[in-house]
Write a protein that binds this ligand. Structure first.
Ligand SMILES: [Zn+2]
Length: 746
């Protein structure tokens, strides 16, 4: 019996460099002030150059004395000159800033050179114009030794394949982490299209050039200029223009995304309040990315052609226009937007498909496997994902936090609180305190403790159920048991769901007990004799899972501190070479100690670490075969069957995980193929299938054809009670009450 689960969508919500910049210059313009830019840009991709005039209007709210001298930074080599009479620019000593993303992708080393200027204005002047030009060519797209869990990010590029400019490129003057409004007129090569935020109000082809104007009267954090040789498709989605820009014309593909745009805008308009921009565009990128920008998304060529993206990552990126790109993130106090977006996109879509329980279990599984007590951080310390552990907190723990809020206040109040949060904070930077205020005002409840224990406290509760006994009482039966919180530190206040299976009843008897101390003794009065009790059977609150609640899966190997990888010495030379190369490029976290050995060099499998076994000829394969027995799967020299799908030694790559036969706390994984060409692709792909117990792949790429999780055989959160005399033993737990998704797809 096998249970399926889905991978979590991968996304990089784009974030500027505001934190770094504030340290370098005297700050006169604060984070909530708004500067207006009127930009005229000529792009010359052949030469990697741009020419810009920018008319800048400083905020009205500036004190008169501050308005006379301001400081800004600009990408190096752009040589700005003032066009407004009486305005002076004074070049300041140079400074360097790290290129965003480098610290995360471990490519390291490259730095973005900025130049700083003081601008001195005549008294009473708030608007002035600058002209500048130069080259922007550092693409730094080589990802180096890639962390498989992060998305590559570049600080800017301008080349024949395309343009990517953002606030992090400093392609326009940035004073601090101010907000902006803008108009952007661009002159491009004739075959090009460019996209920015807001609405396109001009599009013309004259002779050898294309002229485009984008306007964003809505306040923004960045100014993007993104595009290249693209083919445009569009259709109205209510009052919003749905647009698709592809590098290779493909009307069918475009239509799929245009229709999906309308569908998801309708869904989120109904759930949260109206979409805040006049258009939404899908832009095909020249490198593989998953960026969500305000009113558009920038996705790689491979990604947009994967069939499941249109109903997984795509709605996630659309929803970022409410969370992150509509209500901005006050990132110094924690990035709440990924968890909320994951909950209302990835989790909601699973709810609509009836697989939310498996999704939440996989979320808790990733936290349990990837986050050690040393790598725990509170949600207020999460900025962006740069490892499996930070993703398990910033996406996983955060989405469970929103799930718990919903359980506590009910669907109706949950939706109204999110609508209030959106309405009150649109186009402003908001933090967890603003979320707290929205929930407290809608419900009228004091929610300080809930926010405090989940948002500012690192870690997770861990529960044990024990001492379950049953007594007949007057009308029925009493079930008594003890729950203990065994995590270090103080107790969490928890609402613990319980499901009791009663003799002769198909529906479970369900309740919730409140646990405020580390020990809770409780008694339930039941109408019939109970034979089984399950604690939190639908994974409704955030907690560290027991090893036995989690099926063996790849996360336990990718998340392990100590790992041994055993190569098959007895295979043919070509495969030996292929496996060795795979091992040398093995995906691993920076903190992981990985040892690579030939299988013949060791006598027995060690019991103190996770182990990868490579190859059909691996001499320890019999250990895997034995450990597979409880799952009802037989492994023969010819192949293996999963869910009725035959995987053969000759044609497929097989990956499966089992508990270590001598230590169930450890996991073994076996990876085997006869096809050398499939090995590099396997190494790249496996980290993306972390929560699966078994996988099958075909071809050289290789393409995934089977995936799934083993069922859980014995959970310490479930207790079987002594059966009543004369009653037949029962097998499956009683059914739980059906649940409705937060909202259904239109
Ligand atoms: Zn995201």
């Amino acid at each position: 019996m096998v249970q399926k689960a889905q991978c979590m969508a991968r996304c990089l919500w784009s974030m500027g460099l505001s934190l770094l910049f504030g340290l370098l210059l005297p700050v006169l313009i604060s984070a909530h002030q708004v500067i207006r830019h009127e930009l005229h840009v000529v792009l010359q991709p052949d030469h990697h150059t741009l020419q810009v005039t920018d008319s800048i209007t400083l905020p009205e709210t500036l004190r008169p004395s501050d308005a006379e001298r301001q400081y800004f930074a600009l990408h190096t080599g752009l040589s700005p000159l003032p066009l407004t009479p009486g305005v002076q620019l004074v070049h300041q000593p140079t400074a360097t800033l790290p290129v965003p993303g480098d610290s995360r992708t471990s490519a390291g080393g490259s730095r973005l050179l900025l130049e700083r200027y003081a601008v001195i204005l005549p008294a009473g002047t708030r608007t002035f114009a600058l002209q500048y030009q130069g080259a922007i060519r550092h693409a730094s797209l080589q990802q180096g030794p890639q962390d498989a869990w992060s998305v590559p990010e570049v600080s800017g590029m301008l080349a024949t394949e395309g343009v990517y400019l953002s606030g992090a490129t400093y392609w326009y003057p940035r004073f601090d982490d101010e907000l902006v409004t803008f108009t952007l007129d661009a002159q491009l090569p004739r075959t090009w299209e460019v996209v920015s935020q807001g609405e396109r109000t001009r599009h013309a082809r004259v002779n050898e050039a294309t002229y485009v104007r984008w306007e964003s009267p809505a306040v923004q954090e960045d100014i993007y200029l993104v595009g290249g040789p693209l083919t445009e498709y569009r259709q109205p989605a209510g009052p919003v223009q749905a647009m698709v820009f592809l590098r290779t014309p493909d009307a069918l593909l475009a239509q799929k995304y245009l229709d999906a745009t309308a569908q998801y805008l309708q869904l989120y308009n109904a759930l949260l309040g109206l979409y805040p921009y006049p258009k939404f565009a899908l832009v095909e990128n020249s490198w593989e990315s998953g960026y969500g920008m305000p009113s558009f998304t920038l996705l790689g060529s491979k990604v947009i052609r994967l069939p499941f993206i249109v109903s997984s990552s795509y709605p996630h990126e659309i929803l970022h226009n409410w969370w992150g790109n509509g209500v901005f993130v006050d990132v110094q106090q924690g990035n709440w937007c990924e968890g909320l977006t994951a909950y209302l996109a990835d989790h909601l879509l699973q709810e609509q498909r009836g697989s939310a329980v498996a999704y939440r279990r996989a979320t808790l599984q990733r936290y349990t496997d990837y986050v050690s007590t040393y790598s725990e951080i509170p949600l207020t310390a999460f900025r962006t994902r740069h490892s499996a552990a930070t993703a398990a907190i910033g996406y996983g723990k955060a989405l469970m936090f929103f799930h718990m809020l919903r359980q506590q206040v009910g669907d109706d109040a949950f939706i109204r609180a999110l609508q209030a949060f959106y309405r009150d904070n649109l186009f402003q930077r908001a933090n967890f305190d603003a979320l707290h205020r929205a929930f407290a005002s809608v419900t009228g409840e004091d929610m300080s403790e809930v926010f405090q224990q989940w948002v500012t406290r690192p870690g997770a509760p861990e529960l044990r159920l024990s001492a379950a006994t049953v007594q007949p009482d007057g009308q029925g039966y009493s079930l008594s048991a003890v729950l203990n919180q065994v995590q270090p530190g103080p107790a969490y206040r928890l609402q613990v769901p319980l499901a009791v299976s009663l003799q002769g009843q198909e529906q479970a008897w369900q309740t919730t007990v409140t646990m405020a101390e580390k020990r809770l003794e409780f008694t339930l009065h039941l109408p019939a004799q109970p034979w089984r009790v399950d604690v939190d059977p639908e994974f409704d609150f955030f907690r560290r899972l027991h090893r036995e609640e989690i099926p063996p899966a790849l996360t336990q190997l990718f998340g392990a501190d100590k790992v041994l990888l055993l190569l098959p010495a007895a295979t043919i030379a070509e495969l030996k070479q292929g496996y060795r190369q795979l091992a040398q490029a093995w995906p691993q976290a920076a903190s992981q100690a990985l040892e690579i050995r030939w299988d013949q060099e060791i006598e027995a499998l060690p019991t103190d670490r996770a182990i990868w076994l490579l190859g059909w000829e691996n001499r320890f394969l019999p250990e895997v075969t034995t450990a597979l027995t409880p799952y009802g799967v037989g492994l023969t020299p010819e192949g293996v069957h999963f869910e009725g799908a035959p995987l053969t030694r000759a044609q497929h790559a097989v990956v499966l995980t089992v508990r270590h036969p001598k230590n169930p706390q450890q996991t073994l994984a076996w990876v085997a193929t006869q096809n050398v060409a499939a090995l590099p692709g396997l190494g790249r792909k496996l980290p993306h299938y972390g929560t699966y117990s078994f996988l099958g792949f075909a071809g050289d790429e290789p393409v995934n054809i089977v995936k799934g999780q083993w069922s859980v055989l014995a959970s310490p959160m479930s207790v079987l009670l002594a059966p009543a005399a004369g009653n037949p033993p029962q097998e499956a737990a009683a059914q739980l009450a059906p649940r409705r998704p937060l909202i259904s797809l239109p």
